[in-house]
Design a protein around this ligand. Structure first.
Ligand code: LLP
Length: 415
């Protein structure tokens, strides 16, 4: 469910025609819908109402301050993976007692900043990190609240680049060494053990791998308590997938919530979740304009648009599918085209072999479901300023990040 709909044939975001936004803001631009973000946030909380839970939005999915602030108002905490994300979350008005710090490599200055802020929890991923964090905490005369991220060795059945719980993955402490890691943590006086964490992967379509992981973690919580550790929190990570339009829709938040509530009932833990994509993917589109049509060899037809892989990397990096449609009144699909960006890479293809109406220079298009890992993975490759970001709310809209200028491209450089 999202608020990008056609009215009289024209595509709108809530009450605002996308064509009007393109006129005012230019292209390429990311456009987000407040109503959709709010709806997704509320659906997520409702799905987990039977668990004592804390939902921490994975900042990496969409780190814009306006979006973080909106989610903070919806009662979300934040899952951060860098000092930069901590800075963003705090700037957006996050409650520090709802921030968890994930990631396989945290720098000393990042640990220090998070300790100084007094965040809720560090999710540590190695024995080495436990030692480093304890040292940093002791120097600040404090104790860091710690969960150890376990690699539960489940197959999330997703794209190999975003599966994180296989035994070959760099993430988490292997299940076989977890009890020893907790023993080690218990002996470090800068740490206070509070919980167990995992994250099995992203764009996971089925509930089954989450249930498998939750069963393993439940058994681990019980085992660790028998070992004498005080385990009050269980962090299930993020990862529930969203419909991108091309294949069967993934499980819904309510199926996910029901299944996990059943597995974790009576465990007496606060359950932490780190959803990213689920909240924001379908709340955003990438608005782009056709630069020209181009004939390739034989019957091959290209539509060259002004957004490229530097603006939306997912198709090039993962072969990801984003639905693509004209903003104007839809005409009959007429031809099979490759929609490509201007970047000098063969991988700069936003959509391959799509049947679309004949598009002309100047026509506007949107790539759907671009809210998650769209702008956050954008770069200036080919010296292309990054797009503007716009947040729509009913009839009104505002630019929540200016389009970068040419000066932004060289900021900090010297000849
Ligand atoms: N927690 C941790 C520790 C994570 O590493 C991630 C995502 C999340 C939570 C949020 O996962 P989500 O709910 O969004 O699936 N760039 C890729 C996705 C990379 C995900 C990285 N970690 C993409 O565009 O598909």
């Amino acid at each position: 469910m999202n608020h990008f709909e056609r009215k009289g044939g024209e595509l709108y975001c809530e009450e605002v025609p996308l064509a009007e936004l393109a006129e005012e803001v230019g292209t390429p631009a990311y456009v987000y819908s407040t109503a959709t973000l709010q709806r997704h946030a509320r659906v997520f909380h409702a799905a987990l109402r039977r668990l004592d839970h804390l939902a921490c939005f994975a900042v990496k999915a969409l780190p814009n301050l306006a979006v973080l602030s909106l989610l903070a108002k919806e009662g979300f905490g934040f899952d951060i993976v860098s000092g930069g994300e901590l800075f963003r979350a705090l700037k957006a008005g996050a409650d520090v007692t709802r921030i968890v710090f994930s990631g396989v490599g945290k720098r000393r200055d990042e640990l220090d900043a998070a300790l100084k802020a007094g965040i809720f929890q560090f999710n540590c991923e190695s024995e080495e990190e436990l030692i480093q964090l304890s040292e940093a905490a002791l120097l600040r005369k404090t104790r860091a609240r710690v969960a150890i991220r376990v690699n539960p060795d489940v197959d999330a059945r997703t794209h190999p680049y975003i599966a994180t719980a296989l035994s070959t993955s760099k993430f988490g402490v292997p299940a076989a060494r977890v009890r020893a890691a907790y023993r080690k943590a218990a002996g470090l006086s800068g740490l206070q053990i509070v919980g167990v964490a995992c994250h099995i992967g992203s764009q996971v379509a089925e509930v089954k791998p989450f249930v498998e992981a939750a069963l393993k973690l439940r058994a681990l919580v019980e085992r660790l308590r028998r070992d004498g550790h005080s385990i009050e929190r269980l962090d299930m990570g993020g990862g529930l997938g969203v419909p991108y339009g091309e294949s069967k829709a993934p499980a819904s938040p309510s199926e996910y919530g029901e299944a996990l509530s059943k597995v974790l009932r009576g465990l007496d833990v606060k359950v932490i979740f780190e959803p990213g994509r689920l909240l924001v993917a379908n709340a955003g589109v990438l608005l782009t304009r056709v630069l020209l049509r181009k004939r390739g060899a034989g019957a091959r037809r290209f539509v060259v648009v002004d957004a490229g892989m530097n603006d939306l990397l997912r198709p090039a990096l993962y072969g990801a599918h984003h639905e693509l449609e004209p903003v104007g009144r839809p005409r009959k699909p007429a031809e099979l085209v490759d929609v490509v960006g201007p970047v000098c890479e063969s991988a700069d293809v936003l959509a391959k072999r799509r049947r679309l109406p004949t598009l002309e220079t100047g026509d506007l298009l949107v790539l759907r479901s671009a809210g998650a890992y769209g702008m956050s993975m954008a770069s200036q490759y080919n010296a292309r300023p990054r797009p503007a970001e716009v947040l729509v709310d009913g009839r009104s809209w505002r630019i929540v990040r200016q389009r970068e200028s040419l000066d932004d491209l060289v900021r900090g450089e010297t000849v």
